[in-house]
Design a protein around this ligand. Structure first.
Ligand SMILES: C[S@@+](CC[C@H](N)C(=O)[O-])C[C@H]1O[C@@H](n2cnc3c(N)ncnc32)[C@H](O)[C@@H]1O
Length: 330
């Protein structure tokens, strides 16, 4: 199935595309967002994706765009280098439609889905450690931590124990083997949701370092957006959305009076680097959810860059949710 872009009208609206503007689409996928951005204004787009399988579609768009699009095969953490390679220092907007594309889910050989049997892979970039490496090599405590933190799975210990016991006979090789094992360990299927859903989500987040990548992107976006530039993020699971929400809330609020930062509050680097025009989250409308099942869990947040300097050299103000804090909450 081809990929149906999620929350595209809302994302374009938040980006506020202008003629002559420079915009980054950090999640090219099937190019839906990039193409719509080109149609919305006479702007330039730098598109990024870490998945080499999108290269063909990206090349076609670059070719047909008359010099308005360029593409870099890069993870979020390579955004600064990608901008430099493109000769851009500052940009007018950055958009992310994170998560897995329909193409990635639908190709069983990519190993993202427990609905389709394939190798336990899950690597968006098609390189580095795979889900099979993790389930066959990581110790039980490590597996428990991943399932708790990244899957928010209450029965993390049970899932990890079942994996460790099973791999004493032979390695787990396929998504089907892992899904069946977890289903049995969890006592079978009870509701609509497959019992392996959270374990699969956790492995995917870990294998692709999804939260680390997003945190890196947010910091670069803060440095590279022009004043009045827009940051627009569509997230698909609560951990990502929480990270975006925490980041934007922190960057849009001055440190509270009475905090230990109070004596230096007049320094410009303590002024909010983003303005949150809409404080709450934006969700898809009912029609989109009905026609595109992927839209169900989408959450959009956006903010406008102020002219204050980036906070990035002030680690005590970052307070990104760290793994230990997440684990304690899980
Ligand atoms: C949901 S799809 C984007 C779909 C796109 N908006 C469209 O309209 O076709 C997400 C894409 O982001 C890419 N992606 C996810 N995390 C990434 C990361 N950290 N760095 C670069 N690309 C990433 C995935 O490989 C995937 O192709």
């Amino acid at each position: 199935m081809s990929h149906l872009p999620v929350m595209m009208p809302q994302a374009l609206d938040a980006l506020n595309l202008q003629d002559g503007g420079r915009y980054v689409d950090c999640t090219f996928g099937a190019g839906g967002y990039s193409k719509a951005m080109l149609d919305a204004a006479d702007c330039q787009v730098l598109a990024l994706d870490r998945d080499p399988s999108v290269q063909k579609d990206a090349d076609a768009l670059v070719k047909s765009s008359g010099g308005r699009v360029s593409f870099q095969l890069s993870p979020f953490s390579g955004l600064e280098a990608a901008l430099q390679a493109n000769g851009w220092d500052q940009v007018d907007g950055i958009v992310l439609d994170i998560g897995v594309s329909s193409m990635q889910i639908d190709q069983s050989e990519r190993g993202f889905s427990f609905m389709r049997d394939g190798p336990l892979d899950m690597r968006m970039s098609q390189s580095g450690i795979s889900a099979a490496d993790v389930v066959n090599q990581l110790d039980e405590a490590g597996l428990i931590r991943i399932f708790r933190v990244y899957g928010e799975e209450k029965r993390a210990r049970r899932a990890a124990q079942a994996i460790v016991e099973r791999r004493q006979q032979s390695d787990l090789e396929t998504t089907g083997q892992l899904a069946d094992l977890i289903e049995t360990a969890m006592g079978g299927k009870k509701g609509r949701i497959h019992p392996a859903t959270k374990v699969f989500q956790a492995l995917r987040i870990f294998v692709n370092d999804e939260l680390g990548e997003l945190a890196a992107l947010l910091l670069v976006a803060e440095r590279m957006l022009k004043p009045t530039g827009r940051l627009v993020v569509v997230a698909f699971h609560s951990l990502e959305d929480r990270l975006v929400k925490t980041f934007l809330r922190q960057r849009s609020e001055a440190p509270s009076i009475g905090s230990r930062h109070a004596p230096v509050m007049d320094r410009p680097e303590f002024h909010p680097s983003f303005n949150l025009v809409k404080r709450g989250v934006i969700v898809p409308d009912a029609t989109e959810i009905k026609t595109n099942v992927r839209a169900r869990s989408a959450r959009l947040r956006w903010a406008i860059r102020s002219d204050a300097p980036a906070f990035d050299l002030l680690p005590e103000l970052l307070q990104m949710p760290d793994l230990n804090a997440l684990e304690a909450r899980a």
